[in-house]
Design a binder for this molecule. Structure first.
Ligand code: NAP
Length: 497
């Protein structure tokens, strides 16, 4: 399968339009089978320096290309991605493990983002407004920042890259992109597509390598003026501290501890469907995955029964198999982290189902973990507060709507939340009071659309958003322009009669 999809054994950095011969190499393994799929360069800071020099030169020229012309290339990127969707999706399943239909959904997000951002080529609106003085014109325009650095995670290796790179390019910047070392193949695919679409050389440069080498070199580089990062809160806050020291703009999308609230008037069957899908899809490794269910005590038992019933349909295995619904965990560190939280959970709450790593038979070579439910937890327990990033969900019974909102907001993160209720008043109160960047009503915690802002409050982010038109704010500076056509010196900012 790998050979049919990927006609190379080694990936290469792409710098200034050239594929760079690699030095030290690491292995990329299929988490479902343990098979080595490809080798990836473990570059160092010198490759970042080289890429930044190329990007600086390319950006000067690229910024002069009218945005509608940049859009022609972006449309072509979307067209090629669409044509190659099945191929890219299969490769995504091979390197990340997520089931093929989810991989297709992720690639589609990238395609949608290409067409949406291409449309910005003819918008990218600024503002015109009135000036204080006669015969004077005032406007604000978006200006590119220069060279931007993108650091992306393994769990959405192509979608997140498109949420960042497409707005960056459309705004006239040049990009240095460090993909996650676990999932570099998507960067190779996208880079090939940029080239085929006719993107000017040096506008996007891919440098593979560890976060501690390539990532840190990017963060420390004086000529990279923006870092856009998605990953863990720990890494993100260290990056932000360094960027703060350098007065570098930084956009962070980080962890989550997302909850589904189920009220006593909810359609419980629908709620159970929403919980099972958003808790166990992508094996719980979505930043928006449901990892808490805050349930009204009057319906707790009925909801648990429905969830357990629906979980029986979750076939676990290799995501390329059609009937599989839950794929593998990305790596051994992921399994170890989940196992440690199972032990913590057993000491705090009641284990309802699951709790085991799957090791024998068809699971022998891969990294698999059973979908797991804890119940009777309290909102301040560790399993109800900390990000586990696996197929583990914790039920927290509550007595009222107000307590449900309090439980939702009790965590340090603020990415996604959801409420199942038939009461329109509760719907509107919840969308106002849930302290998360994304709120769903009568749906699970996952399923963001690319034309809306994506991101979270509190420790999930630092106020920026990926995707949506808001993504342009990360990659542009606002420039205020005043044009005085009076022909004489008009003094502003002083009191005049
Ligand atoms: P991570 O360890 O923070 O890694 C993310 C990226 O940062 C990778 O490319 C990594 O490189 C790089 N990196 C690691 N150390 C670095 C350093 N010192 N300097 C610069 N870059 C560095 O996160 P992860 O465990 O892969 O991803 C899972 C996390 O991402 C979860 O917490 C999840 O909630 C979060 N996430 C958030 C969102 C969102 O939008 N809010 C979306 C997806 C994921 P290597 O590949 O070499 O490790």
């Amino acid at each position: 399968m790998t050979k049919e999809l990927l006609n190379k054994d080694v990936l290469k950095n792409h710098i200034n339009g050239e594929w760079e011969e690699p030095g030290e190499l690491g292995s990329v393994n299929n988490p479902a089978t343990g098979e080595t799929i490809v080798k990836v360069p473990l570059s160092k800071g010198n490759s970042v320096d080289k890429a930044v020099r190329a990007a600086k030169e390319a950006q000067k020229e690229w910024a002069q290309v009218p945005a509608p012309m940049r859009a022609e290339i972006m449309f072509e990127v979307g067209r090629i991605m669409k044509e190659r969707k099945e191929h890219i999706s299969k490769l995504l399943t091979l390197e990340n493990g997520k089931v093929l239909e989810e991989a297709r959904g992720e690639v589609q997000e990238g395609i949608d983002m290409a067409f949406y951002m291409a449309g910005e080529g003819r918008r990218m609106f600024g503002q015109t407004t009135n000036a204080e003085l006669k015969d004077k014109f005032a406007m604000s325009v978006r200006a590119p920042v220069g060279v931007v650095g993108l650091i992306t995670p393994w769990n959405f290796p192509i979608a997140i890259a498109t949420w960042k790179s497409f707005p960056a390019i459309m705004a006239g910047n040049a990009v240095i992109w460090k993909p996650a070392t676990e999932t570099p193949i998507m960067a190779n695919e996208l880079m090939e597509i940029f080239n085929e679409a006719g993107l000017t050389k040096g506008v996007v440069n891919v440098v593979y390598g560890r976060g501690s080498d390539v990532g840190e070199a990017m963060v420390h580089h004086d000529d990279i003026r923006v870092i856009s990062f998605t990953g863990s809160s720990e890494t993100g806050s260290n990056i932000a501290a360094e960027c703060g020291r350098q007065l570098k703009k930084v956009s962070l999308e980080m962890g989550g501890k997302n909850a589904v609230i189920v009220m006593d008037d909810a359609d419980l069957d629908l709620a159970a469907d929403g919980i099972v899908w958003s808790a166990f899809g992508t094996s719980g490794q979505r930043c928006t995955a449901c990892s808490r269910v805050i349930v009204h005590e009057d319906v707790k038992e009925d909801l648990e029964k429905l969830v357990l019933e629906k979980m029986k349909e979750l076939k676990i295995g290799d995501g390329l198999n059609k009937d599989v619904k839950v794929g593998p965990i990305i790596n051994q560190a992921g399994i170890d982290k989940i196992k440690s939280y199972i032990e913590i959970g057993k000491g705090e709450a009641t284990l309802l189902v699951g709790g085991n790593e799957l090791t024998g038979g068809e699971y022998k070579e891969g990294l698999f973990f059973e979908p797991t439910v804890f119940t009777d937890a309290k909102m301040d327990m560790r399993i109800a507060q900390e990000e586990i990033f696996g197929p583990v969900v914790t039920m927290i019974p509550v007595k009222s709507f107000e307590e449900a909102i309090e439980a939702n907001n009790s965590v340090k993160y603020g990415l996604s939340s959801s409420i199942f209720t038939q009461d329109i008043n509760k719907v509107f109160k919840a969308q106002r009071d849930l302290d998360t960047g994304i709120v769903y009503v009568n749906a699970g915690t996952t399923g963001a659309e690319i034309h809306l802002p994506f991101g979270g409050t509190k420790a999930t982010g630092n106020g920026h958003r990926d995707s949506g038109v808001q993504a342009l704010d990360v990659f542009t500076e606002w420039k205020a322009v005043y044009v005085d056509y009076s022909g004489k010196l008009q003094r502003a900012q002083i009191d005049v009669d």
